[in-house]
Ligand binder design. Sequence first.
Ligand SMILES: OC[C@H]1O[C@@](CO)(OC[C@@]2(O[C@H]3O[C@H](CO)[C@@H](O)[C@H](O)[C@H]3O)O[C@H](CO)[C@@H](O)[C@@H]2O)[C@@H](O)[C@@H]1O
Length: 555
Amino acid sequence: MFWTQGLCPIKFLISSFILFPSLKNPNESGTVSNNDSKKKDPNGPMYYNGIYHQFYQYNPNGSLWGNIVWAHSVSTDLVNWIRLAPAIERTTPSDINGCWTGSATILKSGRPAIIYTGADTEKRQVQNVAFPKNLSDPYLREWVKPHDNPVIQPVGRGLNPGQFRDPTTGWIGPDGLWRIAVGAEVDGHSAALLYESEDFVRWDRVDHPLYSSNASAMWECPDFFAAMPGENSGLDMSAAVPDGAKHVLKMSLDGSDKYMVGVYDLKGDAFVPDTVIEDRRLWSRIDYGNYYASKSFFDSKKGRRVIWGWTNETDSSSDDVAKGWAGIHAIPRTIWLDKDSKQLLQWPVEEIESLRGKQVRHQGLELRKGDLFEIKEIDTLQADVEIDFELTSIGSADPFDPSWLLDIEKQCREAGASAHGPFGLVVLASESMEEHTSVHFRVYYRSQEKHMVLMCADLRKSSLRPELYTPAYGGFFELDLEKEKTVVSLRTLIDRSAVESFGGGGRVCIMARVYPAALVDDGGTRMYAFNNGTSTVRVPRLEAWSMRRAQVNKG
Ligand SMILES: OC[C@H]1O[C@@](CO)(OC[C@@]2(O[C@H]3O[C@H](CO)[C@@H](O)[C@H](O)[C@H]3O)O[C@H](CO)[C@@H](O)[C@@H]2O)[C@@H](O)[C@@H]1O
């Protein structure tokens, strides 16, 4: 965002913190250019020869979806970006109607390869490859498409040629062959179809999918990666995966990115989830807010896995046309698996901290019922805030009801004040509080050892403007009383229209877009820590920073 990708418009690149602190229009956050353009799914992120590459779905001709090409930006630090000319354009019969989502893979020779979906002359979805024209160009500006394209046709039993797209990064199977998975709808159900190849150009469909499910229809943007439980270093899918590693299959559906944790059964050449959950409302989510089509990559520079997601505008299409751009990318996040292999954890990449400027720090605050503590002296439009909340009288928590998990947003909308919550952070608030966005927690009793924390990003009062999408997003995470005592942590990055929050050290992440009129009218907004629960909450640590703008070359 701000500063970096998050805030980029569809034209991309980065978000506003960084980028456009002086803009008056909240919609401008993260915008990187004034062009009419639409930015969407992150595609083919990779680190190659000292350079991070970010490609993305992009409409060069307007701020609504269409004419999709692969735009291209490069960076040495994931914060400051140079925008290049599009890398893949609609030039061949197999992508003339769109160069859609795909992935990058570093081949055994060290040469990168891209595999992406093309919408062909008949609007069938086919898979194409592209390779760098000149490996000695540090930015890999030009990509060539071999005549072999399309390398995968939408054929085979039950396959819907209009629902067959978004190939993953490749990995090598025990037989030394490359594998990829492609999102598909087969006989009306979702599947990650498996393909194998010796040379990344000739592909054969494996007789079974990597994984399929009758619980949903088409899966978009599948991502498949290995992770070592409890280690926040990442694993390279093109290298040998160590014993003890787990695998994660992520898929985009129902407007959100969900995932399953399991193992990659080498013998069966298939993903086997640890738990099969029939009701997809209960599938784990990468982010509980506005975050879609994410894609991860192994960052060999820092030995970590990094994930990027797209966050759409939630004002109207006519707003997109009027402002001339739409869509930003969230801040790149380090992603890893917890030690129990139950859930993924995420945290903004450490490089974002290089944008931290003026800091304020408070210790030992106490927030009694109804208290509002103003966080002053930083730029409230572009800020990074970290707060630890410590509960008192934990024994009095209200009981947790598991049925809430079926509709967490309802719980965020309807739950009233309780012993432990809501407490949290109010951002982008107008002086009168008529407009404000609240990121907060409520803590419920589950067992003697474990409590459940409901984290919400409530946008219902975020703007006085009509016709915006202003939900109350929410997710639950467990609080382990023995390990964590009673401390619930929050980190929120505000970058004008982007409010990106990480609860419980990254167990629940919520990306939100807000468009407060006060940002335009008053030229300033306020920020508070608050407690509306009946028990006092201590704040042993509150640190906040103004965020500088990243360097983004508009190209
Ligand atoms: O850009 C194509 C890639 O984007 C993905 C995931 O974001 O699919 C999006 C999808 O929707 C787009 O097209 C719709 C019109 O057909 C439009 O209403 C929507 O706003 C767009 O995001 O693209 C396909 C094809 O149109 C549609 O089925 C999807 O919902 C990814 O799967 C694509 O590779």
